[in-house]
Design a protein around this ligand. Structure first.
Ligand SMILES: *Cc1c(COP(=O)(O)O)cnc(C)c1O
Length: 387
């Protein structure tokens, strides 16, 4: 995907979408994943719809303890309580052992009524559920950075504990599990993100495929996207490429910060969850094209990651070399840092995730393999272990 990034820049900036592109994408997803496909503003809205369709407010769901704040937002929007499971440092995913530990520990938040955020309470949602109610009823599979979980083990665990499986395909659209099945074809629902740097990347947009009959009926978004959001999504790749150009004279970061200040660019984590708004037409068109290409290339997009000593120094060296890294996945167990405190993440129960988040580094998908060669060399000097 990275190799043809420049070609995609122009195709993205000048893409013309039509109403029928939304229909075509929806039909494609229905056929590919088998279920009712609904297009959404972004991935977190898609995930929230999946959770609302199969769970009830107050339910607990198991979440990979190394993830994006977007996932936490979706869990909260559905009124659910997250149960964080620790990860392995080899694939950044939970496993049968950490899942068992997570079940035993339960939600870190169960006893405290302060944790359901004030917005939820203001909206008249139920108060924090009592610990007794908090046996998880669902599990979200993430396949972190495109590394598949041991799906057979996870399915066995889910069956034993009566957990409904939701697959989050933000990192892993097109990825195959060890047993050959494709991510998105196993669970009760699959949520896709088409956001910046995701496996399918049209800057924003998302979709959910509801594969089993819903417990709660879900309404498809009916409002048009905001013009300002659509403009931002259209011009982000162009502005990003200018920022990367300026990074050679070390001005990329400053340029991006200015754009964020004047709201021409929105940080990924700030993209609002919105269950009412549709995907932009041009994003639907581009997402369909990329989804069709997934099959052809056969090589799933994946961020290689490394665990390094002294990450601040590595990042500084990369910057000096002229790289522009807006961020990497993930600098906190639930990232980005500026929202981390809201999560009340149980670091004491997720020691590996906490350590990995302090040491990990990985590269954005907008650089080609060749562009990244010097970066790999820099990182190698500081490496603690390679995947
Ligand atoms: C980015 C991300 C999402 C959803 O992202 P949006 O920005 O809302 O499209 C969902 N899950 C994971 C794991 C992600 O990294």
């Amino acid at each position: 995907m990275a190799a043809n990034y420049k070609g995609r820049l122009w195709a993205h900036t000048f893409a013309i979408g039509r109403e029928r592109d939304r229909g075509a994408l929806q039909r494609f997803l229905t056929k590919k994943y088998g279920g009712q496909a609904i297009l959404t503003k972004n991935g977190r809205s898609a995930l929230a719809l999946a959770l609302k369709a199969y769970f009830e407010p107050g339910d607990a769901v198991i979440v990979n303890g190394f993830t994006c704040y977007a996932v936490y937002e979706a869990v909260k929007a559905a009124g659910l309580v997250p149960v964080w499971a620790d990860i392995s440092s080899g694939d950044l995913n939970y496993n049968a052992t950490t899942l068992t530990a997570a079940l035993r520990a339960g939600p870190a938040v169960a006893a405290s009524p302060t944790v359901l955020d004030s917005r939820l309470r203001a909206a008249g949602d139920p108060p924090a559920p009592s610990p007794a109610r908090i046996k998880p009823v669902g599990i979200i599979i993430q396949n972190s950075l495109g590394n598949p979980v041991d799906i057979a083990a996870i399915e066995k665990f889910a069956k034993k504990h009566n957990l409904t499986i939701i697959e989050d395909l933000a990192h892993c659209a097109g990825v195959k599990y060890p047993d050959g099945r494709e991510a998105g074809t196993v669970g009760t629902a699959a949520a896709l993100s088409f956001g910046k740097d995701k496996a399918i990347d049209t800057i924003s947009g998302g979709a959910v495929v509801l594969r089993d009959p819903c417990k709660t009926a879900i309404k498809a978004p009916s409002k048009l996207p905001k013009v300002s959001d659509t403009l931002r999504a259209r011009f982000y790749p162009l502005l990003g490429s200018i920022a990367r150009g300026l990074s050679h004279v070390r001005l990329g970061g400053a340029f991006m910060r200015c754009l964020v200040k004047i709201h021409w660019v929105e940080k990924s984590a700030d993209n609002k969850l919105d269950l009412e708004r549709k995907i932009a037409k041009f994003e639907a068109k581009l997402a369909l094209k990329q989804l069709k290409n997934l099959k052809k290339s056969g090589e799933p997009p994946l961020r290689e990651f490394y665990l390094v000593r002294d990450r601040a120094e590595v990042l500084k060296k990369l910057q000096e070399k002229g790289y522009y890294f807006g961020g990497f996945w993930y600098e906190k167990p639930v990232s980005p840092e500026r929202y981390y405190k809201k999560v009340h993440f149980p670091e004491d129960k997720c020691l590996v995730a906490t350590e990995v988040a302090a040491k990990i580094i990985n590269f954005p998908t907008y650089y080609s393999k060749k562009d990244l060669e010097p970066a790999h060399k820099i990182v190698a000097e500081y490496m603690e272990g390679e995947k």
